[in-house]
Ligand binder design. Structure first.
Ligand SMILES: Nc1ncnc2c1ncn2[C@@H]1O[C@H](COP(=O)(O)OP(=O)(O)OP(=O)(O)O)[C@@H](O)[C@H]1O
Ligand SMILES: [Mg+2]
Length: 484
């Protein structure tokens, strides 16, 4: 590794601002080149490589977004930081989607400027770096979290590829999926993949905290702020400073708290209860929900602006029934872990019949349910093999004539089924029929999109829809794909 100071490229058309940024960065010990237009920036980038690029959004010849897209397409390794006009959430979100590492809003707060640049270069906040790490990075023991997310089905590969891509940026990620699908595992993998891996990962279950304690828990408090506050205490944001804050079950956050959270995200600073001053914070936010947040927004239970801020990158973790080909791999991984915890060695294996029986089960509780089921099965089987009968599943699943009974239950003629080929039908008539139909529609849209390499126009045409119609349907089902 070279010891030369990091070299940064600053792109802004206002000479005064450029000078301000340059002076600030020089004082931090960086070397600086600067450019006043996108064309000049490109010339610099073609001549050499930088540690990071800091660019204004509005430039005389093109936008900062064009520069980002060029960098992305050229596979440039530089982290990009974008400076956007005040209050322009749209620009910030667009920039993050286009691959920016992070953004700053005008007028730029210089302290924050230094923090964000430092974070892009992998320099940790001084306070955190000096502190002994409470959870040292795993020392080679056990598989990394991304490896723990096992499966070779196309949807799970896509999830892993996305984790790999977003790990390196600060863009907020919303992990969406039914309960037990592995949302937390995905959130941890995002953290472990980025430069923040050595820092803290703080997981918060938003639905489990009493409403009156939310503010103190999130932002901390000062001694004397309320009865019982006998000493200063840091909140989740301070605890996660420099690392990742995982907001689980974000859909359960009450509206009043949603506004406060939005403010913190915009200001990047928190004010502990009872404090007069704000503390700057540098956390990456990953949130998760099993709810359809877009529908929550439509119903007035979730703030649209917060949704927009949190949902910059969406990762949908598919239900287990959409990746049944992974059952063998996932079961083997879970059995290895369960057996190890139980001191059983070698771990038992599933017989072919057991595997087939599992594949017939709908797994409404997803991987977590599979895990519980295997726990019981291991205890029941007690030998080297787990057979179908050890699984504790209804006898009706043990043989193969399920299809008729499901169709009977659904009371649909055989001819209605083909549209959903490749989808498994539920065991019983779903109580949430609208939700089930949404899933079917979603699967059809996703498949068409995949088949057309996420080109919406082509995917729409293949389904006999117009671009407008597919856009509408995708928005309704919160399906987002990259630009094309
Ligand atoms: N692809 C996978 N491979 C191996 N194990 C997995 C996989 N996905 C999930 N798991 C395991 O399944 C269990 C449930 O995962 P996790 O807690 O991440 O799900 P979740 O979506 O957050 O669930 P909940 O809705 O219950 O909070 C965990 O023990 C996790 O390690
Ligand atoms: Mg969870």
């Amino acid at each position: 590794m070279s010891t030369a100071p990091p070299r940064l490229l600053v792109v802004d058309d206002e000479p005064d601002l450029r000078t301000l940024y340059e002076l600030t960065l020089l004082r931090e010990g960086y070397e600086i080149d600067s450019a006043g237009t996108v064309a000049e920036a490109l010339a610099h980038l073609q001549a050499r490589q930088y540690s990071a690029v800091i660019t204004d959004m509005k430039l005389p010849d093109q936008t900062g977004l064009a520069l980002l897209r060029w960098m992305d397409q050229a596979g440039r390794p530089e982290k990009a930081i974008v400076i956007t006009a005040f209050g322009s959430a749209e620009n910030a979100v667009e920039a993050l989607k286009a691959g920016a590492y992070d953004y700053l809003t005008k007028p730029v707060d210089l302290r924050q400027f230094r923090l964000v640049v430092g974070s892009a270069l992998g320099r940790q906040p001084a306070a955190r770096a000096a502190e002994p790490a409470s959870a040292p990075p795993r020392a080679g023991a056990g598989p990394s979290t991304a490896q723990r997310l096992v499966g070779e089905s196309p949807p799970i590969r896509a999830v892993r590829a996305l984790i790999d891509k977003v790990g390196r940026s600060m863009a907020p990620v919303l992990v969406q999926g039914e309960s037990g699908t592995g949302k937390e595992l995905v959130a941890r993998a995002i953290h472990d993949h980025g430069a923040r891996a050595g820092q803290r990962f703080v997981a918060v279950n938003c639905g489990a905290i009493p409403e009156n304690l939310l503010e103190a828990e999130f932002f901390g408090y000062r001694k004397g702020a309320f009865t019982g506050a006998n000493e200063d205490r840091e909140g989740f944001f301070q605890a996660a400073d420099g690392g990742t804050l995982f907001l689980d079950e974000i859909g359960d956050l009450p509206l009043a708290m949603q506004s406060k959270l939005l403010r913190v995200i915009q200001e990047r600073s928190v004010r502990p209860v009872g404090a007069t001053a704000e503390t700057p914070i540098n956390v990456r936010i990953v949130s998760a929900t099993h709810k359809d947040l877009a529908a929550e927004v439509a119903a007035g239970r979730f703030r649209q602006d917060l949704f927009y801020r949190l949902n910059v990158i969406q990762i949908r973790v598919p239900p287990l029934r959409e990746r049944l080909e992974d059952l063998g791999l996932i079961s083997a991984r879970l059995l290895a872990r369960i057996a190890q915890d139980a001191g059983v060695s070698p771990p038992p294996q599933l017989t072919e019949a057991a595997l087939q029986t599992l594949a017939r089960y709908g797994f409404p509780g997803n991987v977590r349910e599979l895990e519980n089921l295997l726990h019981r099965a291991l205890a029941l089987a007690g030998g080297e093999w787990i057979d179908a009968g050890d699984l504790g599943l209804p006898d009706t699943l043990l043989d193969d004539n399920r299809c008729d009974s499901v169709l009977d239950a659904l009371e649909v003629p055989m001819t209605a089924a083909p549209v959903a080929d490749g989808l498994s039908l539920p065991e019983q008539l779903p109580t949430d029929l609208a939700g089930y139909l949404d899933e079917v529609e979603r699967a059809i849209l996703l498949r068409a999109l995949e088949q057309h390499r996420f080109n919406r126009t082509a995917a729409a045409a293949s389904l006999g829809l117009s671009l407008r119609q597919i856009r509408y349907r995708m928005a309704r089902l919160a399906i987002s794909v990259g630009e094309n």
